[in-house]
Design a protein around this ligand. Structure first.
Ligand code: NAP
Length: 317
């Protein structure tokens, strides 16, 4: 089968489409024929080994997992003899993180993996665009204990995490303000944001503390502005924090009524089921910027590396 393989960390050109052996499902596994995957900001970080600590988890000198791709949508082609949850022919979507392997025509996953039946009202391309941003946004908004009626600000509302966060915060009944650039204001509004602030023209913190939750998804807003925009007892989510942000967050949590949350997302089967339900109800829509083929994977990475994609970049197989 064809797969995009990388054997060294580096620029997008390290990704090469090659023939590799098609996997065989074990007794507890399903074999998925992948129809679509996505190039996520997480994939790009892993390809570049950025931050360096990535190497301690995924291979010190070279990538331990030569096929990237942490999200997928496709059709179950075969199942192992002990599998009960799925059958051949099922259309599924989900996440293969942290095992990756979705930049390929086929993948084997345990039936207990983060897979759910793809809603009929969305395409494979749309389904592949949901898990990365969706599970990240869901994890952090739940961790912040989001409540109906709260005022929530999503900074970086036009990215994969941001577009999902706007919709999930609305789903939880919050009043949502999205922050993005001029070109993305219409998209963020169309996803349900009650108010949109253009970061190229307006400083979101200038009106003082008014938000119950500020979700900084892209690590671009000044820490002090995020804290200043919070009400007393408000929560700041640093979805993409580096060490300095985490330390400042710890200090703020210890010395004020405001709480700062950061860390690594825990993905669960329940979270994929939640996204499936939202998508089925038409409450979670995939924001897709560009589509590429597997052969164009290096170009897709080059585009995502620029840091300005609108929602998601999908790879069609
Ligand atoms: N903690 C975890 O476990 C976890 C899990 C998943 C993801 N993450 C992290 O979350 C971050 C966001 O991921 P993502 O996939 O959503 O990123 P993304 O889709 O690549 O973000 C791109 C978006 O960021 C916006 N942006 C760029 N500069 C901005 C600025 N100065 N102010 C406001 N918006 C700006 C861009 O809009 P414009 O073009 O308008 O600037 C663009 O729409 C990544 O760093 C990723 O590593 C962390």
């Amino acid at each position: 089968m064809n797969a995009a393989v990388y054997t060294a960390y580096g620029s997008p050109e390290v990704l090469q489409v090659k023939k590799i052996t098609k996997p065989n499902p074990k007794d507890n596994e399903v074999l998925v024929k992948i129809r679509a995957t996505a190039v996520t900001s997480g994939d790009c970080r892993l390809r570049k080994a950025d931050p360096f600590a990535v190497r301690f988890v995924f291979g010190l000198f070279k990538p331990g997992k030569p096929v990237l791709g942490g999200v997928l949508s496709g059709e179950i082609e075969a199942v192992g003899k002990n599998v009960q949850k799925f059958k051949a022919g099922d259309q599924v979507f989900g996440s293969s993180y942290p095992h990756f392997g979705a930049y390929a025509e086929y993948i084997c996953m345990p039936e207990t993996g983060k897979l759910a039946i793809k809603p009929e009202n969305i395409s494979h391309e749309e389904a592949a665009a949901l898990p990365f941003g969706g599970m990240t946004a869901l994890y952090f908004l739940r961790k912040a204990n989001i409540q109906p009626g709260q005022k929530v600000l999503i900074y970086g509302a036009s990215g994969a995490v941001g577009t999902a966060a706007v919709q999930i915060a609305k789903y939880f009944g919050a009043e949502v303000t999205g922050v993005c650039s001029t070109a993305n204001m219409e998209m963020v509004q169309s996803l349900g944001a009650d108010k949109v602030i253009d970061y190229t023209k307006t400083d979101f913190s200038k009106e003082g503390g008014q938000y119950d939750v500020v979700f900084e998804t892209v690590n671009k807003a000044p820490f002090s502005s995020c804290v200043a925009a919070l009400r007393e007892n408000g929560t700041l989510i640093l979805g993409s924090a580096v060490l300095s942000g985490m330390l400042r967050g710890l200090w703020t949590s210890m010395t004020s009524s405001k709480k700062v949350i950061s860390g690594v997302v825990t993905e669960t089967v329940e979270a994929v089921d939640f996204l499936q339900k939202m998508a089925k109800e038409g409450k979670l829509k995939a924001a897709i910027d560009k589509k590429f083929t597997l052969e164009q994977i290096a170009g897709a990475h080059e585009y995502v590396d620029k840091g300005h994609k609108k929602g998601n970049v999908v790879v069609c197989l």
